[in-house]
Design a protein around this ligand. Structure first.
Ligand code: ADP
Ligand code: F6P
Length: 324
């Protein structure tokens, strides 16, 4: 018989992402609507191990849907990667009467959820990361806001790059994944896009493109470089030396993780947060909420973590034609 869920814990873990607050709000209010109690676990698994656990009422999530970051704070926690830390976490859940935990985060956080589930605490994951690097889902909370923030920043760099007739290398986040770089590459009309999944380390190709661009009258040359490749500053020096075109590097950094979530992030986060509660109430555990092929679905965490996905080849290829 499925375990009855009376009290639901919710935590955010790993890098924060715009829309996490909308997801927390949805979890709290959907759970209360279903007659459940909710406990907020502060600072991810670190806060769980420190028993930083607070009761949450509907009013505690007022006025947060539009705010970036996470009101529960987030953290990375080495102790929770150990069997002892995981057992301690499960014991603390039991001590606080928490029957199920909703984990909003990325792949690393879901490994933690997997471990809690194996120790008898029902868990559901909600994909929250700007990187879009969770294989089972086409959408992760925060990506839409982050790419829009990056796109606007790159437009600004482009203005000054054009005025000075420079080459600009703009580094965007994404850890090992190139989704932010690909989307900005298309949206900003970048001349070159460097993705970790595709990069061939052929800098001469970049140099040739810049020289060709100059010959055809281009006044700027925007290179979007993904964080997973990095080294934008040294790349800029080499490119300037090889082309004679003044080259600057801009690393957008953590600004991409902040700011008020877009409508899309708020709506997806709200829907996914509610779904996570519904799944727990149905007695499900060790599952991930996902958006795939136009539908909200859920996957077993073990299966989800074993999935792979790659950047869309077609979109990568069209960038070359679109920036001529
Ligand atoms: P993300 O969730 O964004 O991928 P991290 O990889 O930093 O972020 O993981 C967030 C946290 O999840 C880690 O600090 C750790 O507490 C927990 N975690 C990561 N990997 C594991 C694991 N193998 N087992 C248990 N917990 C893990
Ligand atoms: O996972 C989100 C992310 O912003 C990545 O894009 C980046 O690699 C990482 O987190 C940065 O982490 P930190 O905030 O610890 O510098």
């Amino acid at each position: 018989m499925a375990k009855e869920i009376n009290t639901i814990g919710v935590l955010t873990s790993g890098g924060d992402a715009p829309g996490m607050n909308a997801a927390i709000r949805a979890v709290v209010r959907e759970a209360i609507a279903k007659g459940k109690k909710v406990k907020g676990i502060k600072r991810g698994y670190a806060g769980l191990l420190q028993e930083e656990i607070v009761d949450m009422e509907a009013k505690d999530v007022s006025d947060i849907i539009q705010r970036g970051g996470t009101i529960l704070q987030t953290a990375r926690c080495m102790e929770f990667t150990t069997p002892e830390g995981q057992q301690k976490g499960a014991d603390i859940c039991r001590k606080h009467g928490i029957d199920g935990v909703i984990v909003i985060g990325g792949d690393g956080s879901f490994k933690g959820a997997q471990k809690l589930a194996s120790l008898g605490i029902n868990t559901i994951g909600v994909p929250g990361t700007i990187d879009l690097d969770i294989s089972c889902t086409d959408y992760t909370i925060g990506f839409d806001t982050a790419v829009n923030t990056a796109m606007e920043a790159i437009d600004k760099v482009r203005d000054t790059s054009t005025s000075h007739e420079r080459c600009s290398i703009i580094e965007v986040m994404g850890r090992g994944a190139g989704y932010i770089a690909l989307w900005c590459g298309i949206a900003n009309g970048a001349e070159d896009i460097l993705l970790p999944e595709k990069y061939d380390y052929d800098e001469q190709k970049l140099v040739n493109n810049i020289i060709e661009g100059r010959k055809s009258g281009k006044q700027h040359h925007i290179i979007i470089n993904a964080e997973g490749i990095g080294h934008s500053a040294s790349m800029a020096k080499r490119i300037e030396a090889a082309t004679g075109v003044e080259t600057r590097a801009t690393i957008l950094g953590h600004m991409q993780r902040g700011g008020s979530p877009t409508c899309k992030d708020r709506v997806y986060a709200s829907t996914m947060g509610c779904m996570a509660v519904d799944l727990l109430c149905e007695g499900k555990s060790n599952r991930l909420v996902a958006y795939r092929g136009g539908d909200y679905v859920d996957y077993d965490i073990d299966e989800a973590l074993a999935m792979t996905k790659s950047v869309p080849e077609y979109q990568f290829q069209i960038c070359k034609n679109l920036s001529r």
